[in-house]
Design a binder for this molecule. Structure first.
Ligand code: AOF
Ligand code: ZN
Length: 376
């Protein structure tokens, strides 16, 4: 795409350059966490002379990758970057310095960077060096790349996405508990993609005891998430798939009861399982505290594939930021069929957890509905 327009002498617009930068940024999906996805395009005399993106956590930033790819001097060029360039010495030196060194004359920025180490200081530094800066250019489109980063860098807790698959009459299992399969293959592939996209996956112990799942990703080129099991009484079996594979896939078990658990914890540790003790006053798992602990361990995002009970606890703890429902064109019926959110429920509609639809699309035969959870 980069060269066809150029060869044919068709001029690309500012919007198209930024769209290209967004497209590049997306290539880092799943690999950059807990850092953001960022893309950059360098343009001179209406031609792209360099482009790059943030490929992997800890590696070069998008701007420096774009500079490294330059085919000619960038003196007097414009750089389109989806996120404000950084100005701090982190794992890599500041991108603002590289931009100034290259004598780039103008920086067009999509998203602002809420990282306290940057947050406007990057722009300030560029302007002080005489570089022209345009901010908020296609800001909404660029912001859509990084809801996880924006949440994590300011709150230091993971961005939690509650995901479930249900029938059109709202069931996640039949009266016998059977749930394989509700949605079509295309939806299940998308769920594998979500496991690649988010850093952690969280389930309740009920799911582990019933299904003995692996919770990994079985698609070439995608990564598997850190597995987090909420298991207040530490009931997880030592011969479960999850424990048996804990040396291959990072695994964390959260528990809340210290009765007779000492010996089991020691064994779990030798098998490679990390444990987190975080009880609330009722000896249930304190999910809010668990999120703080997981945030400290570098987990920036969690796909919550809980059953109805864990989903209910997570909603009541206020840790869910986004809901994604895959809806299959089927009806199970029956009062005993399981639903996505159990617990006792609210008394009045006015007490509902309020959501805002952000995206609705068809995937195979199913429909995916994405929503944000409104702040109370
Ligand atoms: C990235 N990739 O392309 C850009 C980032 O720890 P460091 O040195 O890698 O710095 C991470 C911070 O740099 C990150 O929180 C964000 O504020 C800023 N920009 N980060 O990983 C990039 N442009
Ligand atoms: Zn940088």
């Amino acid at each position: 795409a980069k060269n066809r327009n150029q060869k044919e002498g068709i001029k690309m617009t500012d919007q198209e350059y930024m769209l290209r930068a967004i497209q590049l940024a997306k290539k880092g999906e799943g690999w950059t966490n807990p850092n953001p996805m960022v893309g950059a395009v360098i343009v001179k005399d209406g031609r792209i002379i360099g482009e790059g993106y943030h490929k992997k956590y800890g590696e070069l930033h998008a701007e420096r990758n774009a500079i490294a790819s330059l085919t000619e001097s960038a003196e007097g060029a414009v750089i389109y970057v989806t996120l404000e360039p950084c100005c701090h010495h982190g794992k890599t030196p500041p991108c603002t310095e590289a931009i100034i060194e290259q004598k780039i004359k103008k920086v067009v920025i999509g998203s602002r960077d809420p990282n306290p180490k940057v947050a406007g200081k990057g722009v300030q530094m560029l302007r002080k060096a005489g570089v022209t800066v345009v901010e908020d250019f296609m800001g909404e489109e660029c912001d859509r790349l990084n809801p996880v980063f924006f949440h994590y860098i300011t709150m230091k807790t993971p961005y939690v996405v509650m995901k479930y698959a249900m029938t059109l009459d709202g069931k996640i299992a039949t009266k016998t508990g059977a749930s394989k399969w509700i949605t079509s293959l295309a939806s299940r592939k998308e769920v594998q993609h979500m496991r690649h996209q988010y850093m952690g996956i969280m389930v309740g112990i009920g799911t582990v005891l019933e299904d003995d799942p692996m919770l990994n990703v079985r698609v070439e080129g995608w990564k598997s998430p850190v597995r987090i099991v909420c298991d207040s009484k530490l009931r997880i079996q030592l011969d479960s798939q999850i424990v048996k594979s804990a040396k291959k896939y990072r695994t964390i078990v959260a528990y809340a009861d210290q009765k007779n658990t000492g010996e089991k914890i020691k064994i779990l540790h030798t098998r490679g399982v990390e444990t987190i003790y975080c009880p609330d006053e009722k000896n249930q798992i304190d999910l809010k505290r668990l999120m703080i602990d997981l945030g400290n361990r570098g987990i920036d995002s969690i796909l919550l594939e809980g059953g109805g009970t864990l989903n209910d606890s997570a909603l009541r703890a206020g840790i869910v930021k986004e809901v994604q429902a895959f809806v299959a064109p089927k009806l199970f019926g029956g009062v005993a069929g399981k639903t996505p959110v159990e617990g006792v429920g609210v008394k009045f509609p006015s007490e509902a957890v309020e959501l805002k639809y952000t995206d609705i699309c068809q995937i195979g035969q199913d429909i995916r509905i994405r929503c944000q959870v409104c702040e109370k």
